[in-house]
Design a protein around this ligand. Structure first.
Ligand SMILES: NC(=O)c1ccc[n+]([C@@H]2O[C@H](COP(=O)([O-])OP(=O)(O)OC[C@H]3O[C@@H](n4cnc5c(N)ncnc54)[C@H](O)[C@@H]3O)[C@@H](O)[C@H]2O)c1
Length: 266
């Protein structure tokens, strides 16, 4: 397959100032995309932009906006379409875990914060962009793609009581993935989710020891015995963004080294 299948296409990545968002943005740039990089953290966005511009000549819009605020998201959409004529790829990646609490012990403010970023945020962004995406008839057969970064914690086998509100938010994002795939399929927009397991990112201070301790303390085993690397999320996002995945929609790609199939079994 041509390695520039995102040429003349724009990819919008939320939470692009860190972790998976940064890696996916770099990858999309390598595949030819121009970029809208969104985050609340401007410093992180500038770092991501500089990393990309060191290697690729791309048009990049830095869109600082809090995705949980629909007014900020609408303003971002206006800025995007002042600069670009399409958003082919929309990646709802920004998310927060809210700390370690079982769901009924979490405070209301944690509930509101986690739900407003992980669910309402993805909904706000999708709502602000899908109408324009539908009209991108210059692209065929698929006019646009949406990828939601969910989590194993949102799947039946992976529900995690210690991050209960987060788990519920990611389960809802997986449900939205299927609903939006149904709503947007006839407009030739695909919608899929990626559900990572345990990955080496700033959430764990990029420290494999911390992750091992966390897994051991919960008795969780990884059949493939390796902690995930952010680059592998970018690999799956690349596949979903590519023409090879044009007939895939409404799916949740679990990327967890076998963790969820092994829970309570090994
Ligand atoms: N790291 C993991 O092991 C793991 C596993 C499963 C799922 N995930 C999911 O992957 C996604 C990315 O996680 P990560 O590990 O790269 O985290 P990260 O903290 O490194 O990056 C998240 C980014 O989102 C931004 N953000 C937070 N709230 C925002 C808001 N309201 N508006 C705009 N941007 C906002 C942050 O500033 C940050 O730059 C998240 O949705 C997370 O839940 C991560």
């Amino acid at each position: 397959m041509e390695r520039d299948f995102l040429k003349e296409k724009v990819a919008l990545v939320t939470g692009a100032g860190s972790g998976f968002g940064r890696k996916m943005s770099e990858r999309f740039a390598s595949l030819g995309a121009d970029l809208v990089l969104n985050d609340i953290n401007m410093e992180g966005l500038e770092e991501t932009r500089d990393i990309i511009l060191e290697n690729y000549q791309r048009e990049i819009l830095l869109a600082r906006a809090d995705i949980s605020d629909s007014e900020q998201v609408k303003k971002m959409a206006d800025e995007v379409f002042n600069k670009f004529d399409n958003v082919f790829l929309l990646v709802n990646n920004a998310g927060i875990d809210g700390g370690l609490y079982t769901s009924l012990k979490a405070k209301e403010e944690i509930y509101d914060k986690v739900m407003s970023v992980n669910i309402k945020g993805a909904w706000n962004v999708t709502k602000a962009f899908f109408r324009r995406m539908k009209r991108q008839k210059q692209f065929k057969p698929i006019v646009g793609k949406i990828i939601n970064i969910a989590s194993c914690a949102g799947t039946d086998n992976g529900l995690n009581p210690f991050i209960g509100i987060y788990s519920a938010s990611k389960a809802a994002l997986i449900a939205f993935t299927k609903l939006w795939a149904l709503e947007l399929g006839s407009s030739n927009i695909t919608v899929n989710a990626i559900s990572p397991g345990v990955f080496l990112t700033p959430i764990y201070n990029n420290d494999p020891k911390l992750i091992r301790q966390f897994l051991d303390s919960r008795g969780v085993k990884l059949p493939l015995n390796r902690i995930g690397e952010a680059e592998w999320v970018a690999d799956v996002a690349e596949f979903l963004a590519s023409p090879a995945a044009d007939y895939i929609t409404g799916q949740n790609m679990i990327l967890d080294g076998g963790m969820t199939i092994s829970i309570n079994k090994l």
